[in-house]
Design a protein around this ligand. Sequence first.
Ligand SMILES: O=P(O)(O)OC[C@H]1O[C@H](OP(=O)(O)OP(=O)(O)O)[C@H](O)[C@@H]1O
Ligand SMILES: O=c1[nH]c(=O)c2nc[nH]c2[nH]1
Ligand SMILES: [Mg+2]
Length: 166
Amino acid sequence: MPEAVPFNKHFPVSWEELHRNAKALAWRLIDKGPWKGIIAITRGGLVPAAIIARELELRLIDTVCVSSYDHQNQREAMVLKGVEGANAGEGEGWLIIDDLVDTGKTAVIVRRMLPKAHFATVYAKPAGRPLVDTFITEVSQDTWIHFPWDIELQFSQPIAKRHRGD
Ligand SMILES: O=P(O)(O)OC[C@H]1O[C@H](OP(=O)(O)OP(=O)(O)O)[C@H](O)[C@@H]1O
Ligand SMILES: O=c1[nH]c(=O)c2nc[nH]c2[nH]1
Ligand SMILES: [Mg+2]
């Protein structure tokens, strides 16, 4: 297994940016349909999936529940729930939505379940990029993306102080 890359950079995302980028993803996906429905990868895929479902007027939504990080520490991926019944078959005509692809481990697991589905994320890092069919924004592998549901407004040190290492 490749060495874990330390997260040296931080990329905070606001609700507005997330909304705008999820809508941009919907624009990219509209011509690639028609779509039978969405399979959201919980939990990170839930918010983008809701925005995309609204824009593409999709009302059939299922989840695949996967968990593989304790904050920034990656561990063995756990599949807590697969696709309900045989609803999506091999996934043809279905959209899989997640917030991001990082190492690609989660994407490999879900792609194995639904090999014919279209995998779309809002953000992608280079290691996971080959596993995604459509995405909006790429960030470097050593960047941690901070989603709006994980952060809160608080005091931030002036850049000069941070630069000096105070
Ligand atoms: O490409 P990978 O290295 O597999 O990482 C990407 C996955 O990691 C995060 O989920 P996480 O397992 O942290 O669960 P969460 O969505 O419930 O926060 C993120 O939402 C993706 O699903
Ligand atoms: O909030 C998150 N930001 C990330 O950059 C990331 N990579 C894997 N899982 C992640 N979760
Ligand atoms: Mg996730």
